[in-house]
Ligand binder design. Sequence first.
Ligand code: DGY
Length: 331
Amino acid sequence: MTNDQLDCKVLVTPTSFGRGDPALKNAIEKAVREVVYSPFDRPLTSAELIPLVKDIDGYIAGLDRIDESVIEAASKLKVIARYGVGVDKVSIPAATRRGIAVTNTPGANSAAVAEMSIGLMLSLCREICRADRGTRKGEWPRVSGIGLRGKNVGLIGFGSVGREVASRLKGFGCRVLVSDPQLDTKVAEQLGVYPTPIEELLAEADFVSLHASLNPGTDSMVNAGFLSKMKRGSFLVNTARGELIDEQALQVAIEDGHIRGAALDCFRKEPPGKDHPILRLDQVLLTPHIASHTDEAASAMGWMSLQACLSVLRDEKSPYTVNRDIYEKKS
Ligand code: DGY
């Protein structure tokens, strides 16, 4: 251990941590006494986490299930630094009770997620994946799609990602409708988008793209009622959280032709399992929760989560703390 090294052990679980940016791993390995990387190439269950968290001081966390049992087992833990924005898989009340700081990386992956959302919209418009699959098989599927120009796109959620999506869609000549209970009307005006009541948005949008965080109010918001209010023949895109969608209701809406297609980057259970009925639908484009996976976003999430983790381990307040009330309790 060197003089300026923290006498701490840190668990790192994101699969893309330091990929394409070796300086990040060097920095963390220099900064603390011991670093343990996840033995799995996917998010961890709480049962898998329990033996790994027993003697750690800091935790740079992927999309692992960090429930109360994990937090109870981590008796020395001071900080859970989420590598990403969503903290829905972390039991914040349990962390707060124990005085553990939960931090995230706001803005670090917004451009990546926005670009993926637009890519999925374009792929749906032009059936790029079906054309690729057919061409590989020796078929010559000369699919004829629809254009994005002039279409109405409804964004559910107008935070950092929603805004990045909106500004790009303007370049495609789309009319962008937005719905968000915390809508910043000034930003909406600056970006030239239309704040629209949800029912109106669903009735008008050719594409509905989800950019809301997961909380009890948004869990399963895309249910049978929501889908029936969407315009007939419209598309759904989800790069936010799988739990926003009632997947069975979506399957029914696609099978009966009301919804023309969907692009899903996330699922209620990840991975969804080979027998998940949605996997059989040709009109659904599926990707494995990779919207934030670019070199640039991985680097930004890595450095921001490392900085947040080290600040708390040095007994400093991190500006990215989600449960800021822990600092009030301590002072
Ligand atoms: C996020 O930002 O929460 C993404 O899902 C990546 O972790």
